[in-house]
Design a protein around this ligand. Structure first.
Ligand code: BYC
Length: 334
């Protein structure tokens, strides 16, 4: 059910006279030319598996990522903010759907992917295991979390796997709106009362470091980067993306009038060609604890997802029954 994986490479391919080595040479040549790898093309099994891992984790992140903000839709302070947040959360659902579809083109079923999420086997982004305590958190999630997501996802529009790269084009356009609505929300709050400004600063203090962790472990600890860079899945390393994010965000924080909670944050004109912002050490023990299921909201997020899936069973059954009825009607009419 729900799989679109009808066109996976078949046994004919395996039975063909060409050896795997010839296919591999063709695959390598495509990567070297910068061509996309498409679902029906031959690909090394490890390339396929790493794509399934990353794309499905990405899809789960979009879907679980609806939860921290979804709870604020009814509490948004104005009708305009409510509509904006509703549209944003709906976009995240759409991103999850494109990404599950992209993963399915690699020969996995959506049911298996969902099962892996619900059983706790599959990962999703660490960031969504932190609570959204105040309305300012919604602005900061847009500004920092979606900002980090865009930084990470723009290079994925040039990823070597066609369906993933194409999905990312639309996702990035929508994330850009998400980031700007968050920043706009914060600018509004910063023009408000002392309490409102304090609420923004408190949210920034809580979300800054987890946002930097979104980019994953240091390059030296990143087990998947070697293969992913070689295969053109990743174009920019975890640490380089994190640095680009810090460099882009510090001026935005200044304009907003907030302090980033890092005493070591310092402009270093001697680093690189144009200089970079130095920043302090990241608490990796916190990162791994959250990734391994012990964050503040891991249990709640998973329980909410499982409940939403169970509550939606009747919708899936009705959609399937409707499709079968239409198919039957079309057959009779033909
Ligand atoms: N959280 O070898 P590494 C959004 C894991 S949603 C949890 O560097 P890789 C949004 C990693 O999986 C945006 N786990 O891995 C939605 C690996 O474990 P496995 C989500 C993490 O894959 C709603 C291990 O650590 N974006 O924007 O080369 C509302 C070693 O890491 C994390 C994506 O998913 C983490 N943060 O690089 C608002 C982007 N980081 O799998 C916003 C697509 C690392 O070997 N994904 N791990 O067991 C990627 O670009 C890459 O997968 C990552 C990690 C850069 C995240």
């Amino acid at each position: 059910m729900y799989t679109q994986a009808m066109d996976i490479p078949s046994g004919d391919r395996e039975a063909s006279e060409n050896s795997d080595a010839a296919y591999e040479a063709e695959f390598d040549a495509k990567l070297a030319r910068g061509d996309f790898i498409e679902p029906k093309d031959w690909m090394p099994e490890r390339y396929r598996k790493t794509l399934i891992r990353q794309i499905s984790q990405h899809a789960h992140s979009e879907i679980v990522g609806m939860l921290p903000e979804g709870g604020w839709i009814t509490r948004a302070p104005t009708l305009e903010r409510k509509c904006i947040l509703l549209a944003k959360v709906q976009d995240e659902a759409g991103h999850g759907m494109y990404l599950y579809s992209a993963a399915e083109t690699l020969g996995v079923s959506r049911d298996d992917l969902i099962e892996a999420l619900h059983s706790g086997k599959a990962k999703y982004s660490s960031i969504f295991n932190y609570p959204t305590k105040t309305w300012a958190d919604i602005g900061v999630v847009g500004w920092l979390v979606d900002g980090a997501a865009i930084m990470n996802q723009i290079p994925l529009t040039r990823c070597s796997y066609g369906p993933y790269a194409r999905a990312m084009v639309r996702v990035c356009k929508e994330e850009s709106f998400h980031q700007r609505q968050g920043y706009d929300l914060l600018l509004t709050l910063m023009k408000g009362s002392t309490d409102q400004r304090a609420m923004v600063q408190d949210a920034v203090n809580r979300w800054w470091w987890p946002s930097l962790m979104m980019f994953g472990p240091h390059d030296s600890e990143s087990t998947n980067s070697g293969d992913s860079m070689k295969w053109g899945i990743k174009r920019i390393s975890n640490d380089d993306l994190r640095q680009k994010f810090v460099d882009a965000t510090v001026p935005q924080a200044k304009l907003l009038g907030v302090t980033l909670p890092d005493p070591d944050l310092k402009w270093n004109p001697a680093r690189g060609e144009a200089g970079h912002w130095d920043f302090g050490p990241i608490d990796w023990s916190e990162f791994w604890s959250v990734v391994n299921g012990h964050g503040e909201c891991n249990a709640e997020r998973l329980a909410d997802r499982i409940k939403a899936w169970d509550d939606g069973a009747w919708v899936r059954e009705a959609a399937l029954a409707h499709t079968q009825k239409r198919r039957h009607r079309d057959c009779v009419a033909a």
